[in-house]
Ligand binder design. Structure first.
Ligand SMILES: CC(C)(COP(=O)(O)OP(=O)(O)OC[C@H]1O[C@@H](n2cnc3c(N)ncnc32)[C@H](O)[C@@H]1OP(=O)(O)O)[C@@H](O)C(=O)NCCC(=O)NCCS
Length: 181
């Protein structure tokens, strides 16, 4: 069965389903140590076209759609994902994102986060979106603050990245369900 096309846009930034042809641009944007240093180790470095292909393949069968391409000026620039949790956390979703370095500090991720939060609260039957950010990642913390996330907790020594222990800062945004009915 053909998958449902989802397109979310504020006219500057568009979120859309990943396409198999995104693999080249994805590898180009993702293959950067400055990107990988801010993400979990499951995000490879170096990042190859084969890694991008594998990631796109897993995203294609998802229901509900959890990962989107971020498009700016008609080009793929990064990914954003909203991962719905299960069991007692089934009304929560974890947010993650990256964009390629040539596109940093243009407000693109802030727009993308606003778009995906609106989509998640409307369509995914969730009441809470959260993200864990390494303590040294001030740009990502700023993005979440600009999008109305609250700094909820500091998880002391929670992370080991590149052999260094650091804190994880937990951000969350929540709604009362009637806000979206
Ligand atoms: C973090 C990331 C997604 C930000 O994307 P972006 O599109 O550049 O973000 P925006 O332009 O919307 O906003 C960035 C904000 O951070 C600020 N900022 C950037 N670098 C900063 C720094 N070193 N210290 C403090 N603030 C910083 C910018 O000035 C801007 O805030 P402003 O609008 O108040 O001026 C991007 O840098 C990235 O992909 N990094 C690697 C992967 C990553 O960190 N993912 C998130 C993991 S939690």
């Amino acid at each position: 069965m053909a998958r449902k096309e989802i397109k979310l846009t504020d006219s500057i930034v568009t979120l859309r389903n990943l396409r198999r042809t995104d693999k080249y641009r994805m590898a180009e944007m993702a293959n950067n140590k400055k990107v990988a240093d801010n993400l979990r180790d499951a995000f490879p470095y170096p990042y190859t076209v084969a890694d991008a292909q594998k990631f796109i393949n897993t995203s294609i069968g998802q229901k509900p759609q959890q990962v989107f391409a971020i498009e700016y000026q008609g080009k793929y620039v990064g990914n954003i994902g909203l991962y719905k949790q299960d069991d007692i956390y089934s009304r929560s979703a974890e947010l993650g994102y990256f964009i390629g370095e040539p596109y940093w500090n243009k407000g693109i991720t802030t727009r993308a986060v606003k778009l995906i939060c609106d989509y998640g609260f409307r369509e995914l039957d969730i009441v809470r979106i959260y993200s864990g950010v390494f303590d040294f990642n001030h740009a990502s913390q700023r993005v979440l603050e600009k999008c109305g996330f609250e700094r909820e907790a500091v998880l002391r020594n929670a992370v080991i990245k590149n052999g260094q222990i650091c804190d994880e800062i937990r951000y969350a945004k929540h709604i009362t369900p009637q806000d979206y009915t």
